[in-house]
Write a protein that binds this ligand. Structure first.
Ligand SMILES: Nc1ncnc2c1ncn2[C@@H]1O[C@H](COP(=O)(O)OP(=O)(O)O)[C@@H](O)[C@H]1O
Ligand SMILES: [Mg+2]
Length: 475
């Protein structure tokens, strides 16, 4: 039986909520009568985490994930119950915690290092490495309050992981950084995993949880509903959030019944774990598209619109469900609406897919077939395409142009209007950006019987991978 590094018994946390801010003051001046509503953010939580595992924490917003982590780290005290943590715990909590905004990055590195139990010399020894990892340049000597959220997370993550923690706790924060930095962070998380560290990881990204975690818990309204393999926890999480209102109760009870009252792995590194990991990998291979509300471009630029305005750029499945994490070789629909303020002739609607580095991967544009578009009309454009892209993050542009005095001019353009991720596959055989649907055959030249092999994950590409539909939405 692996050593338990985190043990929570019957942990509950109650917050007081005041309907009016002044009620808080009234309670201070006239104690005795409470004016607050009690709110239980955690209820009778029991959890044991064996050393060396990576535990994913999923659950909708407000389900108590951050409260749980803060109790583990000690920045919040439980209202009742007992908490035992065995080892040095280092945390990257939600933005706003940890650093003192008035001090420089350099000063904060030293304060945080000391809080984590390092001596002045030890911090000095690690300082250059921390700064190199954070890669925030001269900002290291600026007050932290001048940092962008991305810079803040870079430095916080660099500090939290440089101390070689026994337990690393990461609360969603990584979704703030850019993809390149995230890759660097995940590499570091993997190295902590390799040397036997324990990791607790809150994430809304099913792909990340399945890829990174050995087991996962599902939180729901302050209750630890399920402790299971990442695959089961994620499946149940989606089942729960997509359950119709009147089935909610039933779905919850069914999920609760799957709990075995113990950690899903008796021994980390055991056969069950290996099996669960490979099961998880299978899920990843058949990944499902989903929508992650935190995954959105922070670099959207709308040009000054002249005569028309692009609205609601969305990526959808052919059935109309909104997605931004999608599966390669499947079909999707990029849709936006354009409101016209002037009557324009020969309007052309365009779309373009770019990589993070700005490489233009592909796109299309299409002239509205019915001549003039009158002022006041709203046109909804749908570009249906097959996602022939390898796993990675991509950005979508939108553009509308028309003829003005015989010249084609942009009526509106939106750069980085939307972004999407093509989910990783287990057998990442492809390289580069575009999926060329490569089929491979081999034969042995000097053999009597020819040996032929063919990769089995082939999908036929139909004619006209990009096909455009447009329709008039309102007059
Ligand atoms: N300091 C606080 N005072 C009152 N309510 C709080 C406080 N912190 C969190 N809550 C409430 O507790 C619930 C759980 O919050 P949190 O743990 O942040 O959820 P999650 O991280 O899963 O989104 C939420 O409903 C939140 O509004
Ligand atoms: Mg949270």
């Amino acid at each position: 039986m692996a050593e338990i590094v985190i043990s929570l018994q019957n942990v509950s946390k109650c917050f007081k909520r005041y309907r009016h801010p002044v009620d808080r003051l009234k309670e201070i001046f006239w104690p005795g009568k409470t004016r607050a509503d009690q709110f239980w953010a955690l209820r009778n939580l029991n959890l044991e985490v064996p050393r060396g595992i990576t535990l994913g924490i999923v659950g909708r917003n407000g389900s108590g994930k951050s409260t749980l982590l803060q109790i583990l780290v000690g920045t919040l005290a439980p209202t009742s119950g007992s908490v035992r943590v065995n080892g040095r715990i280092s945390a990257l909590l939600e933005l706003g915690s940890g650093f003192n905004p008035e001090f420089t990055g350099r000063q904060n590195v030293f304060f945080s290092g000391q809080l984590l139990g390092l001596s002045q010399e030890q911090i000095e020894g690690k300082f250059d490495e921390i700064v190199a990892f954070a890669d925030i340049g001269d900002f290291i000597d600026q007050p932290v309050k001048t940092y962008s959220s991305g810079m803040f997370v870079r430095l916080a993550f660099a500090v939290a992981t440089s101390v070689e923690p026994d337990i690393l706790v990461v609360d969603e924060a990584l979704s703030v950084g850019d993809e390149a930095f995230q890759r660097k962070c995940f590499a570091r998380i993997e190295s902590i995993q390799e040397r036997g560290g324990t990791i607790l990881f809150v994430s809304h990204s099913a792909g990340t949880v399945i890829e990174l975690c050995d087991s996962a818990i599902l939180m729901d309204s302050g209750e630890l509903l399920l402790y299971h393999t990442p695959k089961v926890a994620i499946d149940k999480y989606y089942q729960l959030i997509y359950a119709p209102e009147n089935k909610n109760h039933q779905v919850r009870s069914e999920i609760r019944a799957l709990n075995q009252g113990q950690s899903p792995f008796s021994k980390p590194g055991s056969k069950e774990q290996a099996k669960a990991k490979s099961e998880a990998r299978t899920v990843k291979q058949q990944a499902r598209a989903f929508y992650d509300p935190n995954f959105k471009p922070d670099s959207s630029i709308s040009y000054l619109c002249r005569g028309a305005k692009i609205q609601e750029p969305l990526l959808l499945t052919p059935r109309g469900e909104r997605v931004n994490n999608i599966v390669g070789r499947h079909e999707y629909v990029y849709s936006y609406s354009v409101e016209f303020f002037e009557t324009v002739d020969k309007v052309r609607f365009g779309m373009l897919v770019k990589t993070i580095t700005g490489l233009e991967v592909g796109g299309a544009s299409y002239v509205f077939p019915e001549g003039y578009i009158e002022a006041g009309k709203i046109i909804n454009v749908k570009f249906r395409f097959k996602c022939l892209l390898h796993p990675g993050v991509y950005f979508l542009n939108a553009g509308v142009s028309g003829l003005e005095d015989g010249c084609r001019t942009y009526l509106d353009r939106c750069i980085d209007a939307a972004m999407f991720r093509v989910l990783p596959e287990q057998e990442a055989l492809g390289t580069g950006t575009v999926d060329l649907l490569v089929k491979t055959t081999f034969s042995v030249e000097n053999a009597e019987d020819m040996v032929e092999g063919m990769a089995d994950n082939m999908v036929d590409i139909g004619e006209g991978a990009i096909d455009i539909v447009s329709q008039v939405k309102s007059g």
